[in-house]
Write a protein of this length. Structure first.
Ligand code: HPA
Ligand SMILES: [Zn+2]
Length: 341
């Protein structure tokens, strides 16, 4: 166990709250809501967490979240994640939720967002943990559904900082969502999108140019395109990379082949995140540990990754300065200094 990693002050920027739903909570909520699952028990459900690719994960991910029915369910799920994150020294978190995965089952947008928001407020009050909420559109659904979702979000705009794009990437390019991103931008939302997870580097370019996003979720396909890498480095466009997710969904075959080290060396603003921790075998500490053990990253590099997350976050400049100092002080305590200073 690395005390350096455990105590490192962390920022998480790529976390699907529905992907934090642990099997135990899936079954507890199923019992509470009188829902019968296709799996006999927690162990049987967990045993199904063997994925070949993104789609094989998404099938189980959408099945798991079907137990979420009431505002209390969304509160309990979010609270459980925040408690875990807090225990791992996560100081700030920017959370995705998938409204269409719930409204499509007849759960109102207001129920979803109110439960999540209430848990975020409680974490701020109890632990001083800050957060932002990002509504993510499902890219395998038509753009019209995303536009309808943006409309449903209007009364809750004050609780929502940004919009994102997730679900099945291949065959659902950024171009499909040009109009809804332009509308969200006009309404004052900040913009991110998943790109270059399973999709090609061109999807990263398109997310930047056609959707005008400020951050790329995943983005590891950039490693295949040196010109794009240079552009991302030059402009310090953040990538919210998820090492254990990439391993579990076979984006990489082994952690030793993960491009995180090369991307960092090339000067990109890469960050560490857990994506769907209940499904991919670990929260933030486990992801940092995977980079240390599987890729041989040094504490100095891990410190730089933590500083990158502060830089890439949507905290105010004052909040960033405070958190930056905290990360640097943590490094000094261990005699560790960031390569970029
Ligand atoms: O990693 C992901 N990729 C795409 N869609 C998702 N929805 C939850 N997690 C993911
Ligand atoms: Zn994701």
């Amino acid at each position: 166990m690395s005390a350096f990693i455990e105590q490192l002050p962390k920022v998480e920027l790529h976390l699907h709250i529905e992907g934090s739903l642990e099997p135990e909570l899936v079954f507890a909520l199923a019992r509470r809501n009188g829902i019968t699952l296709d799996y006999a028990n927690e162990a049987a459900l967990k045993a199904a967490y063997e994925f070949d690719d993104l789609q094989s994960f998404l099938n189980i991910y959408y099945a798991g979240m079907s137990v979420l029915q009431t505002e209390q369910d969304f509160f309990d799920m979010t609270h459980a994640y925040l408690q875990r994150a807090h225990s791992e020294h996560v100081r700030h978190t920017e959370i995705f939720f998938d409204p269409q995965a719930h409204t499509g089952r007849g759960v109102p947008f207001s129920v979803v967002v109110t439960g999540i928001h209430r848990a975020l407020e409680q974490a701020r009050y109890d632990w001083g943990m800050s957060s932002r909420l990002i509504m993510s559109f499902l890219r395998d659904l038509p753009e019209a559904s995303a536009i309808d979702t943006l409309r449903q979000a209007e009364p809750f705009h004050g609780w929502l900082t940004g919009v994102g794009l997730d679900s099945a990437e291949t065959g659902n390019p950024p171009d499909k969502f040009r109009r809804v991103y332009a509308m969200a931008r006009d309404q004052g939302y900040r913009l991110v999108a998943h790109a270059g997870e399973e999709g090609p580097p061109q999807y990263i370019r398109d997310a930047l140019e056609l959707l005008r996003v400020e951050r790329i979720d995943h983005g590891v396909a950039a490693i295949k395109d040196p010109a794009l890498m240079a552009e991302l480095a030059e402009n310090r466009i953040p990538l919210t990379v998820c090492p254990l997710s990439n391993l579990k969904l076979k984006v990489v075959n082994t952690m030793a082949e993960h491009p995180m080290g090369e991307l960092l060396q090339a000067g990109l603003c890469v960050t560490v995140n857990s994506d769907d921790p209940a499904y991919f075998g670990g929260y933030m500490n486990a992801n940092y540990r995977a980079l240390q053990q599987g890729l041989g990253m040094s504490n100095s590099e891990l410190l730089q990754l933590a500083l990158n997350s502060v830089e890439a976050s949507w905290l105010s400049p004052e909040e960033k300065a405070l958190l930056n100092r905290e990360v640097h002080e943590h490094g000094e305590k261990f005699g560790v200094y960031a390569p970029l200073g």
